[in-house]
Design a protein around this ligand. Structure first.
Ligand code: 2M8
Length: 443
């Protein structure tokens, strides 16, 4: 992409973010997603940090309006005026928990913890720009984010080994990804929940989860709600518990980024380092399969590996978890045209091309997403693979350039699906383009 293409893509991406800006926070997209989502806002802040650090800081502060007393940062912070999304606050009923905030309605689960990484991005950009508020922002965010990380170790490590469990497919962020369909297929639904989907008013059913998937999503929500969102009580019988390699990898990376922020403001970061080591060690010990040459998430209820080939394994590059021999095996997988490298296409498909569940048009069953590519690109850079990272970056930003700021894309043709004017596609395109300029200037 030449300089003028890059410039116009950044301009158009900035326009998307302005359109979805609701004052202090950004909705993921018009129509389909009218509230504030956790990891969306983190990715949005990472992009905004490049063009408007002050607004990026506001994005994270507004997300933390929803933080629970037990430290959890929820998946959704609702806009009480907005009625067009299912399930809304009246379904979650989080007021049942004494830990839920009273000033704003939220959902009762969390999402992949990108927050620590977003805090670092905003702090670093604000510092580089000489903005006076940077240390104050870091002080405030350090404590809140540390409390979020502590939530995982206090409430979500049932084996006490640093492996965090995800209890709802929506928490994983990759809602209908094959490991969740597999683990979900073993959940016995004692009844069929009654509800009305609203997502299909905006997006064709062939691009979205099935009604059966939604039955599981809503059933699990109601089951956890019956325990008044009490984590310990629910975990004692939760029928879906996944020790997810991507989620845990993201947490390790966030620990490291928060350690860097803490160190810059003279805070004690030993606890973060210990968590990071423990989680990373457990991922290597429990989730690596040497025969298959990959990491698999673990179904803690069934006591079995979830051997569905998805991009989740590359979370160990992003999280700095794999050692050199394992990294090499993962790179072979990434380069394999039968798995993650579609010929003349747009890697990285979220589900491997040769998986029996692969579907290039459906949500997390195959399409390429900008956010997951962003994670892989960071991982490649970290593991000394600048050329691979640059190639992937190039094909990634071609997607919005050719097909618009769509939610996800066909890994072979590039066709866009889901909603349009999708905020994280815009925000991370900005980050990718500008980061490549930095790499170029440095060499
Ligand atoms: C998608 O998930 C929401 C539920 O959280 C939905 O389908 O209604 C996922 O892609 C998730 O990762 C994302 O955060 C959210 C908003 O963009 O949409």
């Amino acid at each position: 992409m030449n300089e003028s293409d890059s410039r116009s893509l950044v301009e158009e991406a900035s326009r998307v973010l302005r359109e979805n800006d609701l004052g202090g926070w950004t909705k993921p997209a018009p129509g389909l997603y009218p509230h504030q989502w956790n990891w969306d806002s983190c990715f949005i802040a990472i992009g905004l940090a490049r063009i408007d650090p002050e607004r990026a800081a506001t994005e994270l502060r507004s997300l933390l309006r929803g933080q629970w007393r037990n430290g959890m940062v929820p998946q959704i912070v609702f806009d009480p005026k907005e009625k067009g999304y299912f399930p809304g606050p009246e379904v979650w009923q989080c007021e049942r928990s004494p830990d839920a905030p009273t000033s704003v309605p939220t959902s009762g689960i969390t999402q992949p913890p990108v927050l620590g990484t977003a805090v670092r991005a905003v702090f670093d950009r604000a510092t580089a720009a000489g903005l006076r508020w940077a240390p104050e922002f870091a002080e405030e965010m350090f404590d809140r984010t540390l409390a979020y990380h502590r939530f995982f170790y206090d409430e979500r490590c049932p084996d006490d080994d640093g492996l965090v469990v995800v209890v709802h497919p929506w928490e994983s962020g990759l809602d209908n990804s094959p490991p969740y369909l597999d683990a979900g297929s073993r959940v016995h639904l004692a009844y069929t929940p009654k509800y009305e989907r609203l997502d299909l008013l905006h997006v064709s059913a062939k691009n979205r989860p099935t009604n059966k998937d939604y039955d599981l999503f809503v059933y699990l929500l109601e089951l956890m709600r019956d325990d008044d969102w009490n984590q310990k009580r629910y975990l004692a019988h939760a029928p879906l518990q996944v020790q997810d390699v991507l989620f845990n990898g993201i947490l390790c990376r966030a620990h490291r980024d928060l350690e860097a922020v803490g160190a810059a403001i003279g805070r004690d970061t030993r606890e973060l380092r210990d968590w990071r080591r423990q989680t990373s060690e457990s991922i290597n010990r429990r989730l690596w399969n040497d025969e298959d040459g990959t990491y698999w998430s673990w179904d803690r209820v069934a006591g079995t590996a979830l051997r569905d080939d998805t991009l989740a394994t590359f979370g160990t590059l992003y999280g700095g978890i794999a050692d050199t021999p394992r990294c090499e095996r993962l790179l072979r997988r990434l380069d394999d045209p039968t798995r993650f490298a579609p010929e003349d296409g747009y890697p990285v498909p979220t589900t491997a091309l040769n998986s029996p569940r692969y579907n290039p048009e459906n949500y997390w069953l195959g399409p390429t997403w900008i956010a997951t590519n962003w994670l892989v690109i960071q991982g490649l850079r970290q593991y000394g693979q600048p050329d691979r990272a640059a190639r992937l970056l190039h094909s990634t930003v071609e997607l919005p350039k050719r097909h618009g700021f769509r939610e996800y894309f066909n890994p072979r043709s590039g066709e866009g699906y889901g909603t349009d004017r999708f905020s994280w596609t815009a925000a991370l395109s900005i980050d990718l383009i500008q980061s490549q300029d930095e790499v170029r200037q440095a060499t």
